[in-house]
Design a protein around this ligand. Structure first.
Ligand SMILES: NC(=O)c1ccc[n+]([C@@H]2O[C@H](COP(=O)([O-])OP(=O)(O)OC[C@H]3O[C@@H](n4cnc5c(N)ncnc54)[C@H](O)[C@@H]3O)[C@@H](O)[C@H]2O)c1
Length: 254
């Protein structure tokens, strides 16, 4: 080895919705494991949290709304050129606008489908040509068990999360021959800002549904995403991995 050692550049991971919650945990874990990280979020104040979580790893932060298709193309190209490539993409940005279907507004429907589904497509559309050219890489969608089992008051959200599974499986077929894996994680209840305002009974119900009797921390989901991006999952593609403490055990797959 010695002088002949080849320097392998660090992998580069891009996560959407990475200013807080599950996305920030993904960025932190990637950085801890030696990756450079690109984070996209609409929060203008998110950069500070990302920098703090990165522990000194190279970071590129982009303030952007994932619904903006042209901006996605721009952001991904810039991240790949600044950080020296692109290896992992986590489509994590998501919102809820809960209401029973017969009272749901067109705006509530459009926002959730726009962010959760089109936002994910926008970043995959931008990243796929780069991953194909490199002939390796991993894409992970953050869905939800409510996309598998449905949820009262969440028809928009459940539809968007179920649709991500169809999108992921189609991409797995399209990108597999180029050596790119495409998978889905389906979390149950996770302790983040998204669930902070839920009534205590909702959290208790989720805890009771889980055989492990716990609510997930963001890092629990991030670990699964890291697994699906890493060499230990090199033969896993088109899979839906529930990270729900067994909360939706009966819904093995879509
Ligand atoms: N928390 C849970 O219980 C839970 C369960 C299952 C799935 N999920 C999914 O995990 C993902 C992350 O959720 P979280 O709990 O960390 O939520 P969160 O609300 O804490 O974080 C979401 C992040 O996405 C960003 N974001 C929202 N809309 C955006 C947009 N249009 N463009 C760019 N960024 C945007 C927000 O600014 C925020 O930083 C979501 O897709 C969510 O649906 C969460």
């Amino acid at each position: 080895m010695g002088n002949h050692a080849v320097r392998i550049p660090p992998p580069v991971g891009l996560v959407t919705g990475g200013a807080r919650g599950i996305g920030l945990a993904i960025a932190r874990l990637w950085a801890e494991r030696g990756a450079s990280i690109a984070v996209v979020d609409r929060d203008p104040a998110g950069e500070r949290a990302v920098k703090a979580a990165s522990g000194g790893a190279p970071v590129a932060y982009y303030e952007a709304d994932v619904r903006d298709h042209a901006r996605a193309l721009e952001v991904v190209a810039d991240a790949a050129s600044r950080l020296g490539g692109l290896d992992y993409v986590a489509l994590n940005a998501g919102v809820t606008r809960d209401r029973v279907s017969w009272k749901m507004s067109e705006e509530e429907w459009d926002e959730v489908i726009g962010v959760n589904l089109k936002g994910a497509f926008n970043y995959v559309r931008a990243a796929a040509p780069i991953l194909r050219a490199r002939k390796s890489g991993a894409i992970v969608f953050v869905s939800s068990i409510n996309g598998l089992r449905g949820k009262f008051g969440q028809s928009n959200y459940a539809a968007s999360k179920a649709a991500l599974i169809g999108l992921a499986r189609s991409l797995a077929l399209e990108l597999g021959p180029s050596g790119v894996t495409v998978n889905v994680v389906a979390p149950g209840m996770v302790r983040t800002d998204m669930t902070a305002d839920l009534p205590g009974e909702a959290l208790e119900r989720a805890r009771a549904e889980s055989p492990l009797r716990r609510i997930a921390e963001p890092e629990d989901v991030a670990r699964a995403v890291c697994f699906l991006c890493g060499p230990e999952a090199r033969h896993v593609t088109g899979a839906v991995l529930r990270v729900d403490g067994g909360q939706a055990m009966a819904c093995e797959s879509a």
